[in-house]
Ligand binder design. Structure first.
Ligand code: TYD
Ligand code: MG
Length: 465
């Protein structure tokens, strides 16, 4: 049988199929298969003829990687202390979230100390200039170009005025003319990124690639792009909120759990030095169903409000809707409340929201979520001026979490007086409290007792256990 000369590649997951189909077998996406021409398979290698490689020990003088600081603290910290020469960084995010704005601001700052080029494949020169004016950076010595051909871009990268930092906005608009497929397809995105990364490694140019995110939340096209680059950052935020969060998800030169917080204003993105104050700005005291969680984002403590609403459901199958937290984790917390503490959520819709548009991924938020849920059910507010943190285990035990001291310090700094926290001494010992009144909790039952409706069998009722 003759070999097929074309194949069909899913634009969502990169899955390869021999025949076209309406639905991708690998990821289940509809209408995502695009035809690609298969290049001739490389011939099998004959043994022998290689050059011996030299092995060395782990201990030795490592080459110092010079970093370029943008002097935008939130950006530099997420990168682990600035941009590394010769590195490739991918910045993903929804369309319109502010990736182009962020990178234009970053290169404008970097241009004070390094030669920077900004290549836009999406916007015309005039559009970028207008934006630069609005951001007040039009005087920065950034070299600007509108181009989409990788061949042209590579040809412009040598010579004495070659840039040290190159921004490609976006990788989905770039194309390599050796391939037949259209820009934005998996093959083109992969080939374009490969060429740019190769030149980055060879010449020491730091390359920043913008990548759009699909509706499923992965960087459009291939996940393979994430493997190819050194650093992957996501720029996220709720469209209705002005906060934007830059999150490191992969970093070969630094930590991956740092976040940078920005605020989108008329004059571009502003750094937010004290995110807790911003996230708690609209908070009201003494309302039921709300609870302040003392969380950690990387090395930085961040206080956020967790809001819950438990309401009788008009439907046979109650709704569970979560914004900013993991829905599987919510299912676990509600199951523990039901099975171990006798709190019945049956027949109720449950809505959970992390106020301010932050996404919390720590299990340490379990106790705060449980407190918000219980408070919403009973109508009793979480004690005024209290922060909550702790992980909940399946047998309703409250487990210690790391960085207790830093969480309490931040709470004290923002004027909180009380903390509801695990009593366990593990994970860095019992925190001293920083002047806060500490309410230690061993078992989830203690929290239920604290926030329970005093009239037994109140609005939602309690089952006997
Ligand atoms: P943009 O950087 O174009 O997003 P992306 O490159 O991720 O697609 O951001 C566009 C949005 O940002 C747009 O909706 C308007 C808003 N914006 C401001 O609010 N203030 C500003 O100063 C700028 C430049 C943009
Ligand atoms: Mg853009």
């Amino acid at each position: 049988m003759a070999k097929p000369s074309t194949r069909y590649v899913c634009q969502e997951c990169g899955g390869v199929h021999a025949k076209w189909a309406g639905k991708c077998d690998s990821c289940g996406a509809w209408n995502s298969l695009v035809e690609e021409v298969v290049e001739a398979a490389p011939k099998a290698m004959k043994p022998g003829g290689g050059r011996r490689i030299e092995f060395v020990g782990l201990d030795g003088a490592a080459k110092h990687t010079p970093r370029k600081m943008a002097n935008i603290g939130e950006f530099d910290r997420v990168l682990g202390g600035g941009l590394v020469a010769g590195s490739a960084t991918l910045i993903g995010g929804d369309p319109g979230i502010g990736k182009s704005t962020l990178l234009l601001q970053v290169v404008a700052r970097l241009a004070q100390t390094a030669r920077c080029a900004y290549v836009s494949g999406e916007e015309a020169i005039d559009q970028v200039r207008l934006r630069a004016q609005r951001l007040g950076v039009s005087k920065a010595p950034v070299q600007l170009a509108a181009a989409t051909s990788i061949r042209d871009i590579l040809a412009s990268l040598d010579g004495p005025d070659a840039p040290e930092v190159l921004v490609i906005d976006s990788i989905q608009t770039m194309y390599v003319d050796a391939l037949d497929s259209a820009p934005g397809t998996v093959a083109q995105v992969r080939a374009s990124a490969q060429e740019l990364i190769r030149i980055a490694k060879k010449t020491g140019i730091a390359v920043l690639l913008v990548g759009h995110v699909t509706k499923e939340g992965t960087i459009a096209g291939p996940r393979v792009l994430e493997h190819m680059v050194d650093t992957v950052l996501y720029f996220e935020g709720e469209r209705g909120h002005q906060f934007r969060i830059l999150r490191g998800v992969k970093n070969r030169f630094g930590p991956t759990d740092e976040i940078g917080v920005f605020e989108m204003t008329e004059a571009g993105l502003m750094e937010v030095g004290n995110p807790s104050a911003l996230f708690l700005a609209d908070r009201q005291d003494d309302v039921s169903g709300a609870c302040v969680f003392a969380g950690m984002e990387g090395t930085r403590p961040v206080l956020v409000e967790i809001q819950a609403l438990v309401a009788p459901s008009p439907f046979g199958t109650p709704r569970r809707a979560v914004v900013g937290w993991d829905s599987g984790r919510l299912a676990m917390v509600t199951a523990v409340l039901e099975a171990r503490c006798g709190v019945s959520l049956a027949g109720n819709d449950v809505f959970l929201n992390v106020a301010g548009g932050l996404r919390v991924s720590e299990p340490a938020a379990d106790l705060a979520v449980a407190a918000a849920l219980l408070s919403s059910m009973s109508g009793i507010a979480v004690p005024k001026g209290a922060v909550v943190f702790g992980e909940i285990g399946l047998s309703a035990e409250v487990r210690a979490v790391s960085h207790g001291e830093a969480r309490l310090k931040e709470a004290a700094k923002l004027g909180f007086e009380k903390a509801i926290l695990p009593s366990s001494r593990r994970k860095g010992g019992k925190p001293t409290g920083d002047g806060l009144e500490l309410v230690s909790i061993d078992q989830l039952h203690d929290l239920v007792a604290l926030l329970q409706d005093p009239s037994e069998g109140g609005r939602f009722g309690r089952r006997a256990v």
